[in-house]
Design a protein. Structure first.
Length: 119
């Protein structure tokens, strides 16, 4: 469960700001929210204009592992493996790998193997 709290402008414009919950400014008695945003540092936002909101959705991050992959053929079955894990043969790893088809201007179509990065 995510215990971090976020605020956003009451108009809905702009992204959510992560509250600095270590700050006493975020108690009921202060007129400002104390937030932290990477690249900005600690900022104070007026509670009259910023309201508590849901956290931003998690964004899955994927890394290209195509250059580390090997292709194989076994009894007429062709596949791709990465670190000895066959994407096509093992359903336990299915959520951690994906194959994307990309259009290449010069060569036509290409396939890229990606592995989900851990949060």
């Amino acid at each position: 469960m995510n215990t971090q709290r976020y605020v956003r402008h009451f108009s809905g414009k702009g992204g959510p700001w992560l509250l600095n919950d270590n700050s006493t400014y975020n108690s009921e008695v202060h007129a400002d929210w104390c937030v932290h945003r990477s690249g900005y540092g600690k900022l104070f936002l007026p509670k009259s204009e910023y309201i508590l909101c849901d956290p931003p959705p998690l964004v899955e991050r994927w890394e290209d592992v195509t250059s580390d992959c090997e292709t194989f053929e076994d009894d007429g079955f062709s596949g791709v493996s990465h670190e000895r894990i066959s994407r096509f043969q093992s359903t336990s790893y299915a959520g951690n790998y994906r194959i994307r088809k990309l259009e290449h201007i010069q060569f036509g179509w290409a396939f890229v193997v990606e592995r989900k990065m851990q949060p």
